[in-house]
Design a protein around this ligand. Sequence first.
Ligand SMILES: [Zn+2]
Length: 337
Amino acid sequence: MHVTYSPEGIYLGAIGLWLDPRRSQPAAWLSHAHFDHARGSHGTAIGTPDTLEIYALRAGEAAVAHTRMQPLPYGESIECNGARLTSLPAAHILGAAQLLVEHGNERLVYTGDIKLRPPLCGAITRVEPCHHLIMECTFGLPIFHFLSKEEATARIVRFARECFDEGDTPAFLGYALGRGQEIAHVLASHGIATTIHGAISRYFPWYQRAGYGFGDWRPYQRDEAAVTGDTPRAMVTVPSFRATLQASTRRIRIAYVSGWASMDNARARTGAEELIPYSDHGGFHELLDLVQQSGVTKVDAVHGFTDTFARILAQRGVDAHAPSAFGERGSDEEAAD
Ligand SMILES: [Zn+2]
């Protein structure tokens, strides 16, 4: 199937469907609810139920007032202008999905943002055999490899307990949708009370509906950094909040949980003493494994280190390209966490 790449997005002309378009379109597949994938006011929006609901919340009522929402839960299929569309888990944030497009004899998969490691919250990725893969490669360089779910959990809990033992307050920085809820859930499942920034707790209802609890938590309050003598609580907040934490008179120690935590400059950039390299994207070898497991011969690399990753795949005999409209790293840090 011919795929068109333009500054407006990825377009499957044969079936009139845009994939995570950058502007409003008549029909759009939304792989997940991060801003760089789910934006605009579309005629029809197709995605998993969690993605569509969170997209509607973030876009605002006016933006989606005339949008026909077409929920496509994991494993289910619909017909679309002569093709069959199937939604598959992608283990990125809650609701994130790959799209399998079957058209004639051809099978095409668009990954959206994806990882192969089991996620802290959400469904495990299912890799489908296909001919043509349109894949993200946010961390498509050999320097990137990330902790497993178990390793990340151990690091998060250990840092919180170490801080408590020394009378300090641990503060975890994570992006508002995805990482924040995962950290809060991990802490809660180990009996650690938390204080949560509103940009993160806003999405708790969807995670709770999917079965992920948050235990003893309360909203962050302006004077939180000055409160003492209370139950020890770990703070879970967004990276933009670090200046407030650093200005506090309370002894606050910061942990940064992100794929970027594996970069040399992460400590200086975030002010974090603890760097926990855990991402909702695949590391380099996961991305290679995804290509291999799908048995694909043709790959288009979109989002991230596309040129380099496509070149590495080409050296391994894959017909791989980096469409020029998508040759830059995402500027939205949340998207590339
Ligand atoms: Zn994303």
